[in-house]
Design a protein around this ligand. Sequence first.
Ligand SMILES: [Zn+2]
Length: 339
Amino acid sequence: MDYDLRGRALVPGFVDQHCHGGGGNTFITTDPAEAYRAAQLHLHHGTTSLMGSLVTGSKQALIAQIQTLSPLVDQGVLVGIHLEGPWISKLHCGAHDLVQLRAPEASEVGELLAVGGGRIKMVTIAPELPGAIPAIHQIIRAGAVAAVGHTDADYEMAQIAIAEGATVATHLSNAMRPLHHRDPGAIGALMEDPRVTVELIADGIHVHPAVLRLVRNEAGNGRIALITDAMGAAGAPDGRYLLGELEVDVVDGVARLVEGGAIAGSTLTLDWALRYIVLQGGIPLEQAIEMLSANPARTLGLDDRGSIAPGKRADLVVLGPGLEVEAVMVLGDWVHSTE
Ligand SMILES: [Zn+2]
């Protein structure tokens, strides 16, 4: 297929390092066909490298879900599996099942990492939990990225986690002890350390636009990874959904827990986030694309993608005049076109 790029932009495929589902489907499943459909939804919105994020669950449930997603990682449908929980804070559990939260024990951490067989690429952990620092070492030894998130850690505790090898802030400022001028907490430590990539959910709901600007001014464009943290309702109608075991109502695209009303993941796709930060946030397209592609690719150690350059994978997205996705290429093959 020839493509006339006049009036259009050709950008590297998006890399979403934190995503739970889309199109009415979720990765928190034992049905590989459902997980595949979720990945397809995001692919059609320009995400050519996608992480399958799980949420807190029992050990047995997580093992079954990891085994379900593993073949999709081998096929390249997903770039890896992300364990967001169960080793996170009860004080900042967001949309995670409170009764399943627990401290990391070396045996369970080791077992889940072993079931993943190198396919678990990221684990979100609250560093203040007993056993969390040794768990961070286990996670890194298994080839995964340790992410600080869903945490009540103070500034010093977060600094220790970073010194011990944590390199990601899971949706910075969401599900963390708030930043206070005498108690900057994990947010302060994660935002200022040059070794850390900070995730942000740029949907205009999870983070105020002013905070987005503040983080960008402090951390710099090169340290931000825009994520969707999408649940099944991304690219799907409003209604009632499940996030793990918990019920979520989506009204006007905003997902909240039925019980308690906490914000529960987003209904974003990364092309929507791109339009939001460029068209409403005024961030130049080149810098926005960095946050959607190069930065998360580098964070995950995916050296073969994230930019358009000789030797890199031909994962490309054609954007129309309004930054809408017109076509998507993976490894040199067009996999989606709106024509
Ligand atoms: Zn999440």
